[in-house]
Design a protein around this ligand. Structure first.
Ligand code: PMP
Length: 423
């Protein structure tokens, strides 16, 4: 079926959901930043492969060999998609969170980590066993680069260092100056990992062009919702460290020692960090999404999405009670991820009303980026459970926000319905 399907057609366009009024309506998925709908192509590819499913790297049978080939071909597809350099490794993980935790587990002893407090928790929190410098929220991309440079200039110049930065914010959708931050990191002998969870679904990510040392992303935000992710980049730290998980597949040779212990020789390929039977469906689906995106090219996707960004922002700007959240200002380039608050409305109730009355799926809360959202709202940390915050009075500060996000396959009607509901 693949051949007849347009590469970026998505599933779920005809799903009917009940409304509180008793009627029903087709679901408007406007929460791509949490999980994007699957591409029809991905679904077709997975369905075509399903009967031939077999264990990867663990069987002599024909289907095992076929699955192993598909698994390793998928690695090559992802390497191509990311423009990997000679010697880079592509490690398959469960998600961006998993990828960044994996990287945190292989840091050489004494590594200093530099991270902006505005990061998603997945890129903010995994480094806590290292020496971490948290950089204050910058208000322009230039400030971000200057602040990183100033922090790196203070660092112990002989030890290893790592910068972790998100390419596109999951809260504001704003693009970060990745290449400039990479140049700053390298000028000070540090390395850099790019959290591309929100960037990869909207923009080409070229590891060599951005000159980052590693890239992490998740399949389920890249139209491949089968529980897999990627950490790609430099092999050395990955090969020198203990495996992320100990177990079968990561070990090349295991032998009992005369003294009663066990000797292990670990693989020095990506397999070192992929212990256990791999998620071949997840990996195959990521590769399928990469192929579909490559075939369609990002130009039309970006052009269409930017049109929707402009419309949504213009629509929201016309509602006096709405405030759109932004770190870098109105003119900053951004992807199709927009967060806002509505004066006099509790954001959770607002989001619930969009679902119940209009069949629109958005997200409310602090979006796993608590420090950033608090900075943007000017609010203080409150008790646990703050996402279900009390009613706000007009003029009172919101404690959480509403996020609308979209991408490939978002029809005009979903955006019209959303703007109609808000305005
Ligand atoms: N980084 C960013 C910027 C994200 O938006 C997300 C998901 N919201 C993650 C990391 C974590 O991705 P996952 O939940 O797939 O591990």
């Amino acid at each position: 079926g693949s051949v007849a399907t347009a590469p970026l057609e998505v599933l779920g366009r005809d799903v009917r959901v009940p409304l509180v009024t008793g009627g029903e309506v087709t679901y408007a998925a406007l929460d791509y930043a949490a999980s994007a709908p699957a591409l029809q192509r991905v679904w077709d590819d997975v369905a075509a492969y399903a009967p031939y499913y077999g264990s990867v790297h663990r069987g002599a049978g024909y289907l095992s060999q076929l699955s192993t080939d598909l698994f390793e071909q998928s690695r090559a597809t992802v390497a191509d998609f990311l423009g990997c350099r000679e010697g880079d490794q592509v490690v398959f993980t469960r998600s961006t969170t998993d990828s960044l935790n994996l990287l945190a587990s292989v840091l050489p002893a004494g590594t200093q980590v530099f991270v902006f407090e505005t990061e998603h928790h997945a890129s903010l929190l995994p480094w806590r066993d290292a020496r971490v410098t948290y950089l204050t929220a910058p208000r322009t991309p230039e400030q971000a680069v200057a602040s990183l440079e100033a922090a790196l200039a203070q660092r112990d110049p002989y030890g290893p260092a790592l910068v972790c930065v998100t390419g596109a914010s999951n809260v504001t959708g704003e693009l970060w100056p990745v290449r400039e931050l990479a140049d700053a990191a390298h000028a000070h002998g540090a390395r850099i990992v790019l959290d591309a969870a929100q960037l990869a679904p909207h923009h080409p990510v070229d590891i060599a062009e951005l000159d980052v040392d590693w890239v992490a992303f998740s399949g389920h935000k890249l139209y491949a919702p089968f529980g897999s992710g990627v950490l790609a980049g430099r092999a050395d730290w990955l090969q020198e460290a203990e495996p992320y998980l100990a177990g079968g597949g990561a070990s090349r040779k295991v032998a009992r020692r005369a003294d009663g212990g066990v000797d292990v020789e670990w693989h020095s390929t990506a397999a070192r960090h992929e212990a256990g039977s791999p998620n071949v469906i997840g990996v195959y689906s990521i590769a399928s999404a990469c192929r579909a995106l490559t075939e369609a090219g990002f130009d039309s996707l970006v052009e269409r999405e930017q049109g929707l960004v402009t419309r949504v922002r213009a629509g929201l700007a016309g509602v006096p009670q709405v405030r759109v959240l932004s770190l870098f200002g109105d003119d900053a380039p951004r992807v199709g991820v927009i967060s806002f608050v509505v004066d006099g409305w509790n954001s959770s109730h607002f989001a619930a009303a969009l679902s119940a009355e209009y069949g629109i799926g958005v997200r409310d809360g602090l979006f796993c980026a608590h420090p950033l959202v608090r900075t943007l709202l000017g609010s203080e940390p409150t008790e646990p459970g703050e996402c279900g915050s009390p009613e706000t009075e007009p003029g009172e500060k919101s404690l959480n926000a509403i996020r609308v996000s979209f991408g490939a396959g978002t029809p005009d009607e979903h955006v019209d319905r959303f703007l109609g509901a808000v305005t």
